[in-house]
Write a new protein. Structure first.
Length: 322
């Protein structure tokens, strides 16, 4: 056999073996990573795409807010090469609890909802949401509710999926997509909101769908926040969630004793409170159906609102799948 031909065959075999090993590795890829000062920190890599490829690991990350991260967490961000952070929180949220970041990190505030005055959800809207969730009027006692977490914001967001207002919010993800188009190969990016669930979850869903990940995997990534915002979720006596700005009592397991006491003080049950804001796959289904209805297709939405035409979508796949 001619040496060049033999070398080509050997190189081809090495590529096949490498791809097989990588596929097996990514199939068992662990996305969630523990952090001391935040929750819901996950790698978006490893998901299978419709081109029989995988989303590149250790490039794009999602998390809850970074306002309480420790020196050890900062070292983790540096070791992961994360030097760009996109913050989907409103101006007041980000000002009240600013991110702690490694020196030299590029930070972008790209609000999905909220203003410098806060969430701007009026009392009438709150009352309608509480009523629609079959929650008692005691859940309208703002001071009692808000001291335990941003329940009205979560309730508003969960009930907005598929609405015209929510579809219009999706324009806020344009900076994320445009940044990813021109991102240096040696740089890695993280995006987040407060809890890393609704706004961050939608950003992750849009990106994974753009890269060709199947809907069931996108939905699984979305609802995983229900679990990762519950530190010590198997310990009913735990109050460790109180240490985190990113978590609150309303997101904890119904068996949590502190949650039970709070629910009792609000004249309802943990199941009813949590059930009204829990993430469910059908929320994303409503969103994508509304996108298709308004724009005709997801591709048309990408092009019109996020500036991602067919060529740029193909470029994103080359950059972030293997």
């Amino acid at each position: 056999m001619h040496p060049t031909h033999r070398d080509n065959l050997l190189n081809h075999r090495q590529v096949i073996l490498y791809d097989m090993a990588m596929t097996q590795s990514l199939a068992n890829f662990r996305r969630s990573m523990p952090m001391e000062g935040t929750l819901n920190f996950r790698d978006l890599g490893g998901y299978v795409t419709n081109g029989n490829k995988h989303v590149v690991p250790r490039r794009i990350f999602r998390s809850a807010n970074l306002s309480q991260i420790t020196a050890s967490d900062i070292e983790t961000l540096q070791s992961l090469g994360i030097n760009t952070v996109i913050d989907f929180r409103g101006p007041k949220e980000s000002q009240d609890n600013p991110d702690r970041l490694p020196p030299g990190t590029d930070y972008y505030n790209s609000p999905v909802i909220g203003t410098s005055a806060g969430d701007n959800i009026d009392d009438y809207t709150i009352s309608q949401l509480v009523k629609a969730a079959s929650l008692p009027d005691s859940m309208l006692e703002k001071d009692k509710v808000l001291k335990h977490g941003p329940y009205y914001r979560m309730l508003y967001l969960v009930n907005s999926y598929g609405s015209e207002a929510h579809v219009n919010m999706l324009r806020a993800y344009r900076p994320l997509f445009q940044k990813l188009l021109t991102f240096p190969q040696e740089s890695n990016l993280l995006f987040h909101c407060t809890g890393g669930r609704d706004r961050t979850g939608v950003g992750a869903a849009l990106l994974l769908k753009t890269l060709g990940v199947a809907d069931d995997a996108i939905e699984a990534d979305f609802v995983a926040s229900n679990t990762w915002l519950q530190p010590d979720r198997d310990e009913p006596d735990s109050t460790r969630f109180l240490c985190f700005h990113s978590a609150n009592v309303f997101l904890q397991p119904s068996a949590n004793k502190r949650f039970q006491r709070v629910a009792q003080s609000l004249c309802t049950t943990p199941d009813r409170i949590r059930g009204a804001v829990e993430l469910r796959p059908e929320l994303l289904r409503r969103m994508f159906q509304a996108v298709d209805t308004k724009y005709g297709s997801f591709d048309a939405f990408l092009n019109q609102e996020l500036g991602i035409d067919a060529d740029k979508r193909a470029h994103l796949k080359r950059l972030y799948t293997l």
